[in-house]
Design a protein around this ligand. Structure first.
Ligand code: KIV
Length: 290
């Protein structure tokens, strides 16, 4: 393995990397959409650990350290119990494991909603302690002042509209949004408000396809869809969902693998070999030197 490395001045990180690469930047992501058109859609996946980041990095434009880690990693009932400390620990691991993608870290519930100042305090801790390039927060018009406060103080913000899981108790569930005229109008006005406030991109989650398309066409910033439309400027999925780690996933998830059964098969063999004492074998045991 080569030991060459180059100092990545765009992120001020000096970790050795076997294959030196320049990390993408937030302006490059923002500028992928030109005059309302994104020729090459943006690829984004969630990542929560360094090893996962290493495996995804070369394929993605952005890695999202989503607060979905609450359910996926910690087995929590929703994202509401996720803390700033959890996001910082996983955000730092993902930054360490990646060299190419823009790392975006979710701001957890309760860490940004009460004031722009509270949001700045939380976001600056996330940025300083993880080395990520941007934060993501949920909300449209209601968060516009906060987005403007952060982005004018050096913190790039990705917004998140439509189905916003941190608001599950207000929304009453995780169903798709935009079925009524009122919801439709709100999603579009939320998107316009976060764009005007300075968000560099916006996630549109769980919205009916015509709204996802009209949001994408109405905004100059990239719209990243999840449960939205292939016409969005990019897509994001929870990696464990698309790899088939869970039996139950939302309808909008396409499973590209069945990792759960691969793990089940491997562990079945391991357990059998431990029980019949065929593991460890000759190749896995140390003998005295002759
Ligand atoms: O937390 C998360 O993983 C997210 C994506 C589903 C967009 O916000």
């Amino acid at each position: 393995m080569s030991t060459t490395f180059q100092l990545d001045t765009s992120t001020s990180r000096a970790n050795p990397t076997p294959a030196p690469m320049r990390r993408l930047t937030v302006p490059k992501i923002r500028d992928r959409k030109k005059d309302g058109v994104t020729k090459e859609p943006l690829v984004m996946l969630t990542a929560y650990t360094a090893r996962q980041a290493q495996l995804l990095d070369a394929h993605c434009d952005m890695l999202l350290v989503g607060d979905s880690l609450g359910q996926v990693i910690y087995g929590l009932p929703s994202t509401l119990q996720v803390t700033l400390d959890m996001m910082i620990a996983h955000g730092a691991a993902v930054t360490r494991g990646s060299y190419h993608s823009v790392v975006v870290v979710d701001m957890p519930f309760g860490s940004y909603e009460s004031s722009p100042q509270q949001a700045f305090d939380s976001a600056s801790q996330i940025m300083a302690q993880t080395g990520c390039a941007a934060v993501k927060l949920e909300g449209g018009e209601a968060m516009a002042e906060t987005i403007s406060f952060l982005s004018s103080r050096g913190i790039p913000v990705m917004a998140h509209v439509g189905l916003t899981p941190q608001a599950v108790n207000v929304l009453g569930g995780y169903g798709a949004r935009g079925r009524s005229q009122e919801e439709h109008a709100k999603i579009i006005s939320d998107g316009k408000a976060v764009e005007a406030a300075g968000a560099f991109a916006v996630v549109a989650e769980g919205v009916i396809e015509p709204i996802a398309i009209s949001l994408t066409q109405s905004l100059e910033i990239p719209v990243i869809g999840i449960g939205a439309s292939a016409q969005c400027d990019g897509q994001v999925l929870v990696t464990e969902d698309m790899l088939g780690m869970f039996e139950r996933v939302p309808r909008f998830v396409k499973r590209y693998e069945d990792i759960a059964s691969i793990i089940d098969k491997a562990v079945t063999r391991y357990a059998a070999e431990v029980r019949d004492r065929s593991f460890p074998g000759e190749e896995q045991t140390y003998q005295p030197k002759k």
